[in-house]
Design a protein around this ligand. Structure first.
Ligand code: MRU
Length: 362
């Protein structure tokens, strides 16, 4: 086996904070064009999240935290109570951009709590100081996410053995996080250790995150990746080509139910039928211990035009009724294990999640 260095530095960066400015890679243009947009206003950040220019649960949490800094950077002349009112207003606004991934509200709540603690303790007596503290908190959220990815990579990599076929759905990669991704982290770590395996990337209708993003990102990294349409997954499994499924998640409830990109539930049911292990890579920032089960997870319903067109080309009759839920919930009994930064968790999830993440203060 040939070992290669972990290619962390050469992976695409979804979110960059530099010299007090926020830059987002516009993922709607990938893979044809690599366009990085400077975010001038909080409204621009909100739209970038809503339009999926930045997407993937951990990445929208990081973008939301920096987005709050963008909202507040010209408010530092205000008295602290007026500054805090602005913080509340803009945090609620950013939080409303997308409902399913808990990382967005988690990161914004963490920013709120940090500011409140700084005021209460006397650490910040001015809005200028509060703003500096908030920027540092956003940078910490960003940096910590890299560590979470590394942890999942280390814990998940031993599951990957020579010659395996691994199916993934949507993009839970570098583009969706701060570095190694969640579902892709074990792939990157195993690849760096010289393990040969093949990834099957579901294209992921309707917005093709698998085709446009996962296939691109893994190909760039030199990982053996084969693109399939979503309706080919069963066939690949029936052919014996898939030994394991690894997907990411937008929210894991306290009982282990998993919300992820629409189509994940179908993949989990197929995996169960064919006796294939179904793993979910999940950083602690995506676990919602306050959500009892998947039944309560809000599922984003997106614009019908995403379904009635293929790119710019109409593919359905005018006026057709359409449903476009962007996520589905996989019941915990279909999940073989949750790959977290603290280790791989197995059933009974209500107990194992509580033991490892019960003290999570969100
Ligand atoms: O609509 P998207 O592209 O934001 O959906 C992303 C997913 O469903 C990912 O699988 C999930 O956020 C995990 S990302 C590490």
């Amino acid at each position: 086996m040939t070992q290669t260095p972990l290619i962390a530095d050469s992976l695409p960066r979804a979110v960059t904070w530099q010299d007090g400015n926020l830059y987002l890679l516009d993922q709607t243009r990938l893979p044809q064009e690599t366009l990085i947009e400077k975010q001038e206003t909080v409204e621009q950040v909100f739209e970038a999240i809503r339009m999926l220019k930045v997407r993937g649960a951990p990445a929208i949490g990081v973008a939301g935290a920096y987005g709050l800094c963008v909202a507040l950077r010209d408010k530092t002349a205000l008295p602290t109570d007026a500054f805090m009112a602005e913080l509340e207003k803009h945090a609620a606004y950013l939080d409303s951009a997308r409902p399913t991934a808990v990382n967005l509200s988690w990161a914004l709540q963490r920013m709120r709590q940090r500011a409140e603690a700084a005021l209460t303790s006397g650490e910040a007596e001015t809005a200028v100081r509060l703003y500096d503290i908030l920027v540092r908190e956003a940078v910490s959220i960003h940096e910590e996410d890299k560590g979470l990815c590394r942890g999942m990579g280390e814990n998940g990599a031993p599951l990957i053995t020579e010659g395996m076929g691994i199916l993934t759905h949507c993009n839970a990669g570098s583009l969706a996080t701060s570095e190694l991704g969640t579902a892709t982290a074990p792939l990157y770590v195993a690849h760096s250790r010289g393990v040969s395996f093949r990834v099957y990337a579901d294209e992921t209708r309707p917005l093709l995150q698998g085709a446009r993003l996962t296939a691109w990102e893994l190909q760039q990294a030199g990982i053996d990746v084969t693109l399939i349409t979503d309706n080919m997954a069963a066939h690949m499994m029936a052919e014996g080509l898939v030994d394991m499924v690894i997907v990411g998640t937008d929210r894991v409830a306290a009982n282990g139910d998993v919300a992820n990109k629409i189509g994940t539930l179908g993949v989990a049911i197929l995996a169960r039928h064919f006796g294939i292990p179904f793993y979910v890579a999940c950083p602690s920032s995506t676990i919602d211990m306050a959500m009892e089960s998947g039944k309560g997870i809000p599922i984003e319903e997106r614009d019908a035009a995403e379904v009635t067109r293929f790119g710019a080309r109409p593919t359905a009759p005018d006026g057709i009724q359409v449903r476009n839920p962007a996520f589905d919930v996989t019941p915990h009994d279909l999940v073989t294990g949750l790959i977290t930064e603290k280790g791989i968790i197995t059933a009974p999830y209500d107990r194992t999640l509580k033991t490892l993440f019960g003290g999570k203060d969100d």
